[in-house]
Design a protein around this ligand. Structure first.
Ligand code: NAD
Ligand code: IPM
Ligand code: MN
Length: 356
């Protein structure tokens, strides 16, 4: 019989609440002959306060041995900003070489969006996951003085750019519309921007069926709102991809619906699946968090591990649940406002749908 050996990092804030719902749906959808084994890792703010640790080597070694990782969210107002985000979340993405940060966006029916009634929106952002301004290169001189100097250096390697661009071309080539848009800012960031564009244009020659486009990131934000249907696959740098995918979530149904996969395409390391959103301290503990983004991340996890039929069942359950939600804005996904159902209630409804 088959097995799925899953590492679970609930993390902080609503991360713990939404991960419980993701696991509920995962257990309900898996076929009988797939043995689900989960191990929960106590990482995040509580652990840091207790021991000062973010991600000890022993746990990193242990995490490596799982088939995949499901993560809730990391970050807490009681911990200095960056300590957990860099020391835990980014450490995992870098250590497990998650160079493809996959963030799909679909316009769901019945959700609160300024784009309701628009043509079909269905695009995916392939966000570079291991380089750019996220590497931690830089520093501060004369910290805290009026003469302070701070730098954050964006690191872009030909190797790192080419592999993520290749992944994006392959994804575009496999989709019906076969369109790939590079988003950068090569009118200002001339060193990294021109390298990205050169590599993009060179790889494009190997994919004659793929239509290509280039947008500066500022213009891309316009089209995310005014013409989102023009996008199919987007490939972009780590920081641009971070910002664009929160915007994409907001215009296609809300941050409570946006899923992501931190993929290591070579399979050398486990891939990690998590909602795009954070720990939402403003609603943690209230039952208002929408777990749908985590449930859709579970669908990405299932697809990645070859359980395509189960991934589709989860996505169909979410679509049906959203269609049943009634008036836009009446449920938790719409905003941080209270809806008629709780986090747990939405998780139960989705688990029931995939099981039945
Ligand atoms: P956030 O995504 O946590 O919250 C932004 C807004 O969206 C808040 O109003 C929140 O209530 C709302 N929201 C988020 N998820 C929701 C959901 N599932 N249902 C309903 N509403 C939801 O972003 P933030 O406030 O900038 O960050 C809070 C903390 O989370 C910070 O420590 C940050 O570093 C961290 N963070 C972590 C991740 C991650 O773990 N991948 C991602 C983003 C932010
Ligand atoms: C995300 C988050 C992270 C990022 C932070 C918390 C490090 O915003 O997953 O989108 O910037 O990648
Ligand atoms: Mn983000």
């Amino acid at each position: 019989s088959r097995s799925l050996n899953l590492a679970v990092i609930p993390g902080d804030g609503i991360g713990r609440e939404v991960v419980a719902q993701g696991l509920k749906v995962l257990s309900a959808v898996l076929p009988q002959d797939v043995k689900l084994e989960t191990r929960e890792y106590d990482l995040g703010a509580k652990r840091w306060h207790r021991t000062g640790e973010t991600l000890p080597e022993a746990e990193l070694d242990s995490l490596r041995r799982h088939d995949a990782i499901l993560l809730g969210a990391i970050g807490d107002p009681s911990v200095p900003a960056g300590v957990l985000e860099r020391g835990l979340l980014l450490k995992l993405r870098f250590a497990f070489d998650h160079y493809v940060n996959l963030r799909p966006s679909k316009l769901f029916p019945n959700t609160a969006t300024p784009l309701a009634g628009r043509p079909e929106i269905d695009f995916v952002v392939v966000r570079e996951g291991t380089e750019g301004p996220y590497t931690g290169n830089g520093g501060s001189l004369r910290t805290g003085t009026p003469a302070e100097v701070a730098t954050e250096v964006s690191v872009n390697t030909a190797y790192g750019v080419e592999r993520v661009v290749r992944d994006a071309f392959a994804r575009a080539d496999a989709r019906p519309r076969k369109k790939l848009t590079l988003v950068h800012k090569n009118n200002v960031l001339v060193h990294a921007g021109h390298m990205w564009k050169r590599i993009f244009d060179r790889v494009a020659e190997e994919y004659p069926a793929v239509t290509t486009d280039y947008l500066h990131v500022d213009a891309a934000t316009i089209f995310f709102v005014t013409q989102p249907e023009r996008f199919d696959v987007i490939v972009t740098d780590n920081l641009f991809g971070d910002i664009l995918t929160d915007l994409a979530a907001a215009v296609t149904g809300g941050i409570g619906l946006a899923a992501s996969g931190n993929i290591n395409p070579t399979g050398e390391f486990p891939s990690m699946f998590e909602p795009v959103h954070g720990s939402a301290p403003d609603i943690a503990g209230t039952g208002k968090a929408d777990p749908t983004a985590t449930v859709l991340s579970v669908a990405l996890l299932l697809r990645h591990l070859g359980h395509e039929a189960e991934a589709v069942r989860v996505e169909e359950a979410v679509a049906a649940d959203l269609a049943d939600r009634g008036e836009p804005g009446s449920d938790a996904g719409a905003s941080a406002a209270a809806g008629p159902r709780t986090t747990d209630g939405i998780g139960d409804a989705l688990a029931a749908r995939v099981a039945g």
